[in-house]
Design a protein around this ligand. Structure first.
Ligand code: NAD
Length: 368
């Protein structure tokens, strides 16, 4: 153990990424950079993480040869090109990122193109730091792929960094992580191990988010949620995601919608549509939500849970219009989605229109 304070703390280096988890672990960044042999480090940070990034820069000193402050959502292509050119000019040997999934995403794109090692310090619950998935956006289309080079060598999770994540963002980010867990549960390649990660992650998040909403500075709840985010990232990494993720990526590309609020709105609808086909695979969701025998729809229970947490209820409120829906229907490749239920274009239109208007999901799945 290198960390001695906080409710939950551990070092896990049985496999990549090495994980350093615990309140105060931000102080370990310099030592972890040294451990990775980084001597010419490019530091990428979201605006929200600037103060923490300044502290890292002070700790590492001359080892930080360049900084990128403030990254855009959805990893735009031109930002990747600029950052890659900077990394080449500065002969960088390690990329260090601190911030939400957007900062991690930009750093992963640089690792994808250059093979540079990566150290990530996430400050939201997106879970990207645990995956080999990269994503970037060009001309309104978000492309994703897998590459083992983008998996960070080390991840430092410091719950203190998440205390400033506004409650509303904490809730949608947590629901984003819950979406990884749920789609992992009914994935065609789910195993008992991936189901354990998903159930563990989802249970931690569902238990901690109401506390975070009431008391954003509750460090024990923040630690539990961040641990849940790590587990959700593991579930995302090890299984094939379904319709929900395909649609959220398409919406991000077509309409530049904010990532986690889009997940928060759409998840109950997709779950309601999938749940009879998914059957007992979704039992861990029932138990994490504390559903009773008489509660029929997991999608509706999730909807009620996110309403109680004040999450946004409609895609229209996030900036989606009917013309965007038409473009998503033209763009989206539904042949990739087979499990637990094959969607038709009409199914997706109904789902997106329900999300657009913000109506409660239908407790009975629509016919396809
Ligand atoms: P984000 O990184 O865009 O952050 C959202 C907002 O929260 C930003 O304004 C940011 O500055 C602010 N913020 C972040 N941490 C904060 C903190 N601790 N305190 C205060 N403000 C803070 O959003 P996100 O939801 O974390 O990430 C979304 C991106 O991650 C998308 O591009 C998505 O596709 C990607 N993603 C990728 C994977 C993967 O495996 N590749 C997985 C999940 C998400």
């Amino acid at each position: 153990m290198t960390i001695e304070q906080g409710d939950l703390c551990y070092v896990d280096d049985a496999s990549r990424p090495r994980v350093v988890f615990g309140a105060g672990s931000l102080a370990d960044v310099a030592a972890e950079v040294t451990r990775l042999g980084g001597s010419r480090v490019l530091l990428i940070s979201t605006t929200s993480a600037r103060t923490a990034a300044d502290g890292i820069a002070r700790d590492i000193g001359d080892g930080i040869v360049g900084r990128v402050d403030g990254v855009a959502m959805h990893v735009p292509d031109d930002e990747v090109r600029r950052t890659r050119a900077l990394a080449a000019k500065l002969t960088v040997d390690l990329v260090l990122c601190i911030g939400g999934g957007s900062a991690v995403g930009l750093a992963k794109s640089i690792a994808h193109e250059t093979g540079l090692p990566l150290l990530a310090v996430p400050t939201t619950y997106a879970g990207s730091e645990m995956t080999t998935i990269w994503g970037r956006t060009a001309e309104g289309r978000k492309q994703t792929g897998r590459d083992s080079q983008v998996l960070p060598h080390t991840v430092i999770y410091d719950p203190v960094l998440t205390v400033g994540l506004p409650a509303a963002m904490s809730i949608t980010s947590g629901l984003n992580a819950i979406a990884h867990c749920i789609e992992s549960l009914y994935a065609p390649d789910a195993t008992s191990l991936t189901t354990r990660s998903a159930a563990d992650g989802m249970t931690a998040l569902i238990a901690s988010l109401p506390t975070i909403l009431r008391e954003p500075a509750d460090l024990a709840a923040r630690a539990r949620a961040l641990h849940g985010a790590r587990r959700s990232g593991q579930a995302l990494e090890s299984t094939q995601m379904g319709l929900h993720h395909v649609l959220c990526h398409a919406l991000g590309g077509v309409a530049n919608l904010p990532h986690s609020p889009t997940h928060a709105v759409l998840l109950p609808h997709v779950v309601a549509w999938n749940e009879s086909a998914a059957g007992s695979a979704l039992d861990p969701v029932r138990s994490a939500l504390g559903m009773h025998a008489g509660d029929r729809s997991i999608g509706c229970s999730l909807w009620d849970f996110s309403r109680r947490l004040g999450a946004p209820g409609s895609l229209a409120a996030l900036g989606l219009s009917e013309s965007h829906v038409a473009k998503v229907l033209d763009d989206v490749d539904l042949t990739r989605v087979r499990h637990p239920r094959r969607p038709t274009t009409e199914d997706v239109r109904i789902l997106l229109m329900a999300g657009l208007s913000g109506q409660r999901p239908s407790p009975e799945p629509q016919a396809s």
